[in-house]
Design a protein around this ligand. Sequence first.
Ligand code: FES
Length: 105
Amino acid sequence: MTNELINFIVIESGKTSPVSTFKGEYRDLMTLLKDKLFLDSFGECGGMGRCATCLVEIDSKENGFIFERNETVTLLKHNITEKNCRLSCQMQVDENLEGLYLKII
Ligand code: FES
């Protein structure tokens, strides 16, 4: 089995950070972002899909991501209706991240 690198850019507080990972390195995107970028007050519910503190905005022409049920409910509860906003704890670390710009909000 080969693990090809997945590369994307994270923008946080105006700072741009290139991130490299591979499929399966982290259980979800929130865990990766916390580990690699040392973010304060990020992912407070530990990935349960309830707190919306792991919100990211995705800069992508296409948004082919599938929303999980918990995610949709949480986004609505927090009045987040933008289609390019996701809970990073509900996103897998896989090839869909390749080349994306993710802004932490
Ligand atoms: S970590 Fe709480 S909703 Fe994602």
